[in-house]
Design a protein around this ligand. Sequence first.
Ligand SMILES: NC(=O)c1ccc[n+]([C@@H]2O[C@H](COP(=O)([O-])OP(=O)(O)OC[C@H]3O[C@@H](n4cnc5c(N)ncnc54)[C@H](O)[C@@H]3O)[C@@H](O)[C@H]2O)c1
Length: 299
Amino acid sequence: MQYFSGTKMISLKIWPRNRFLFGWRILGNVTQNGNGLSYSTNPQDMEYAFEMACSNIRYGPGVTKEVGMDLQNLGAKKVCLMTDKNLRKLTPVKVAIESLERHKINYKIYDSVRVEPTDQSFKDAINFSKANDFDAYLAVGGGSVLDTCKAANLYASNPKADLLDYVNAPVGKALPVTHTVKPLIAVTTTAGTGSETTGVAIFDYLPLKAKTGIASRAIKPTLGIVDPDNLSTMPERVAAYSGLDVLCHAIESYTAIPYQSRGLRPANPNLRPAYQGSNPISDIWCRHALQITSKYLKR
Ligand SMILES: NC(=O)c1ccc[n+]([C@@H]2O[C@H](COP(=O)([O-])OP(=O)(O)OC[C@H]3O[C@@H](n4cnc5c(N)ncnc54)[C@H](O)[C@@H]3O)[C@@H](O)[C@H]2O)c1
């Protein structure tokens, strides 16, 4: 793949999709490779489907002021407004609070979100949520805030669950989420994680010094608010890293193993992971993202 960036032509060498995989293990007609992926000599056993659970997004300069009405429309009686201590003082949170008050929404603020969350900071937010019996969530911030809010909602909606129950294997048990979580409106104040659209919550698991996460369609925000006005206070470095985040996501997704080569088809559709590998639809977006980052990232 080739495209132009300023005066330079960039050549992007995409690794062939049909990689050579090491360390095969044979179990009847099922073969397991060193990456833990299973393959079968019987095509009927192999994955044949991918599922795209689309996200609800509202884009527009100034749309943050609508969130109070959205929560009123949802019939919310007690809302958790989640943010971090820095954003608490800035315009995006002020606009969100004005909107809640204008629409007489009862809310409580949690502003102790840790930038680059950990299992400990997730637990703190979960405990706050459990103690308050919220019926809706409003997250205003970057990926750290949005991810923490997804985790708080997930575990407060099923208080008996242990943190590791829904965490990706091998760190956690990767159990499917079968309970219903509360509505969550995610107002992003950065432009790279895409967390306002994803069913993912990332954190550092301190006991193993590992970065891991929870991936489930169940924790996708009910509505993502993409308001360009919220980005005007973004520090220069955060803006630059957001751009690199877009670039990395696009490369990672485009070069991922295709969904039909990932292994055996699941016995139950709810065992199909939220991230299934590359597919023809995400390939279109990846190529577009690579083109726009090559045009705009270095300015
Ligand atoms: N859930 C996902 O799909 C997903 C994807 C990629 C990354 N992530 C995670 O997201 C986190 C990083 O999120 P991020 O890059 O959005 O930044 P962040 O939320 O970690 O925020 C970084 C800093 O920028 C500040 N900030 C954010 N928006 C601002 C604004 N508009 N004005 C002024 N200051 C602002 C914050 O207060 C914070 O100090 C990481 O934990 C990463 O692992 C999640």
